[in-house]
Unconditional design. Sequence first.
Length: 358
Amino acid sequence: MKRIHNAPINRRSFLAGTGAVAAGLTFGPGALMAAEEAKVNFYNWDTYIGEDTLPDFTKATGIDVTMDLYADNDELFAKLKEGNPGYDLIVPTNDFVERMILAHMLEPIDHNLLKNFGNIDPVFQDAAFDPGRKYSIPYMWGTIGIGYRKSKVDGVPDSWKWLYDSDKYNGRISLLGDGLTVIQQALKYLGYPMNTTDPAQIRKAEELIIKQKPNIKVFAEDNGQDLLLSGEVDLCQEWNGDILQVMAEDDDIGFVVPKEGGLLWQDSLCIPTGAPHPANAHKLVDFILDAAVGAEIADFIQYATANAAAKALMSDEYTKNPAIFPPDSVIRVCEPSIYLGTEHTRLIDETWTRIAAA
């Protein structure tokens, strides 16, 4: 398989064949679905799809795909909470899948229309946040950690300390622009549960981040890896696949999950309520679940695929890379983010507002 890296790639962003095959997809006799125009409107993270996936889908099915991009789950949720502006397929993270289910923002998935569902690793065919996978289809999973420039740091920066509680790399640090994620990793560093609802513990995380702000160059909107690649920062908080993408371009870049642990996430393909082309959305999902298509996507974006049939086609360079598939020792100290209700969301939002204003 050929890996292509023509330019710096953006994106991000947990456990519990060929593309032409899609030309033969057949769907049930539903009259409404059969009447759809040949379009799919896809709302996705930046470059979180294979380089040729969407053109190949169009070639195989005659269905045109328009893809818009968002930077984080909050932006996705805000875009859809007042009503779907016309999207057919979205890619929320596990806790936001649960939040959107509870808010009646997702359509049920018709598993009868997904002949490739069996390609998914059985570990991912059910989920605590979506029992029976009624509303979501697993896509990719991974961790969050520290990307770093090897020649600019002393050893491996294997603690959140260097991003949250030290002036050693003053002005050479970026954190994510996602408030919940930034606060959760501060909680991990302080030894608290990442999903705590204790206001006192959340306040401690707030105080830590505010104290560290003078040492932070930027809270990056899903482009910390680009800042690291360009030399604008030497350490960045980022999703593992994003750092792996730039590691392929620069041997001086490394990635580590801090010893305190971090976020273990899973992204899913979902159909938002009011999608104008639900049948075509199912077709695109099934195309993505094809083994060869899934392998090409995973090879390009460098995230851990939940597609076992795709993974079986991949080289050891991918399947045995601990930065993609972390060892059990790393998994054990990481946690998934859990949706804890509107009051907790409000507390986090208010905390992040104070951090931003400080």
